[in-house]
Ligand binder design. Structure first.
Ligand code: HEM
Length: 352
């Protein structure tokens, strides 16, 4: 049996060492996460900081896609999506949706016609407790291939020297396809007429366990009437929100969810590369928007449409964006919810 009088000082020293080691590991992990150990590393703080306009972010609001309006409705699955994924959202039935139409700008008061990229956040909930969140935009391809290049693009776009963005574009030839879309694609005067694209590729697992690389789109069922940016400007600074409130007050607005399966040779890690149009597509159901509510008191206000919140049957692929987006959205969410007093709810609201 060990003599306690001899072993005590030894074990006290050992305990101190263990405590010191735990503190050191904790401090090291904190410093690493904060990016202090590797100033060149891309952190969520740097990404979110790069989104801020020169006069600072709009406190209390999303750090990107800040202008938006909430909706609620249903995802009506027709059952066809089960060919690609066992996710319950694809089993024929109706599932409640909370979502948000938005503009790709850090300015919640931006004029509609000054913002080229439009977005949608969608959350589909199923009775088994699964949640599928997605945030999609209207260009058919993303401007850059990696989160690091996105950060560099944000920084270059802020420079007053026009050579800086030219140098960026020369170093990133893939940026040209987005530039062409942004300058030539027609505008529309309604969120109801916009096609939204996941752009990032995800892995769908079907009922047999087989995996399929998939991107998806929400294709508008409303008649699409192209207009020029100048004509959109004439409709007023907040026409898109006024229009969608008006349309939905008269009847539900619908989008068809189209799943596109990659061929083995298609790139899944690079959202600047569209997949050939002849790829297999599956019409999985219809997003039906039934009610619009202002964001300040609406059900989408405090949702983080993190694209890595996925149901059983869908997982991330080798596309580097969803992980980077998840970290940046969490940072933005933490900031905006802690600044809620700068974006007050309206007087009649019962929420804190
Ligand atoms: C590294 C690249 C990206 C960064 C850093 C980034 C950053 C952000 C941030 C900070 C927000 C606000 C999140 C919140 O406060 O809830 C946001 C919202 C959004 N982003 Fe991204 N984003 C990136 C890529 C993308 C891509 C690839 C898409 C589409 C395919 C996209 C679509 C959207 C949409 C639609 C919203 C609005 C969602 C909502 O209504 O809450 N983003 N983004």
């Amino acid at each position: 049996m060990p003599d306690p009088s001899q072993s005590q000082p030894h074990s006290a020293l050992g305990s101190l060492f263990i405590i010191a080691a735990v503190v050191a590991i904790g401090a090291g992990a904190f410093a690493y996460t904060a990016g202090w150990l590797s100033p060149g590393r891309l952190t969520p703080t740097k990404l979110v900081g790069a989104l801020a306009p020169p006069d600072g972010p709009a406190l209390g609001h999303r750090r990107n896609h800040a202008k938006g309006i909430c909706f609620t409705g249903m995802f009506e699955a027709n059952g066809n999506g089960t060919a690609l994924s066992r996710a319950t959202a694809f089993v024929a039935g109706q599932y409640p949706v909370v979502g948000r139409f938005n503009l790709g700008t850090p300015d919640p008061n931006a004029t509609d016609a000054t913002v080229r990229v439009r977005g949608i956040g969608v959350q589909i909930s199923t009775p088994d407790g699964e949640t599928w969140r997605m945030a999609m935009i209207d260009p058919p391809i993303f401007p850059v291939a990696t989160p690091q290049a996105f950060y560099e693009l944000l920084e270059a776009s802020k420079s007053k020297d026009p050579e800086v963005i030219k140098t960026f574009a020369a170093a990133h030839p893939e940026f040209a396809a987005f530039g062409k879309w942004a300058t030539t694609a027609p505008w529309t005067a309604s969120y109801a007429e916009v096609a939204f694209n996941s752009l990032n590729a995800f892995i769908f697992m079907d009922g047999t366990g087989a995996e399929h690389a998939v991107r998806w789109s929400l294709m508008p069922q409303a008649q699409v009437t192209p207009i020029s940016g100048t004509d959109l400007e004439k409709l007023g600074p907040n026409h898109l929100e006024d229009d969608i409130m008006d349309r939905v007050s008269k009847g539900p607005q619908s989008w068809t969810m189209v799943l596109t399966e990659a061929a083995p040779s298609d790139p899944t890690s690079d959202p600047t590369k569209a997949w050939p149009s002849e790829r297999r597509t599956v019409q999985a159901g219809t997003l039906v928007v039934q009610k619009i509510e202002a964001e300040a008191d609406g059900p989408c206000r405090d949702i983080n449409f993190d694209p890595t919140i996925l149901p059983d049957g869908i997982k991330v692929s080798d596309d580097p964006f969803p992980a980077a987006r998840s970290a940046a959205y969490a940072k933005s969410y933490d900031l905006r919810t802690s600044e809620a007093s700068y974006y007050p709810r309206t007087a009649g609201s019962t929420k804190p």
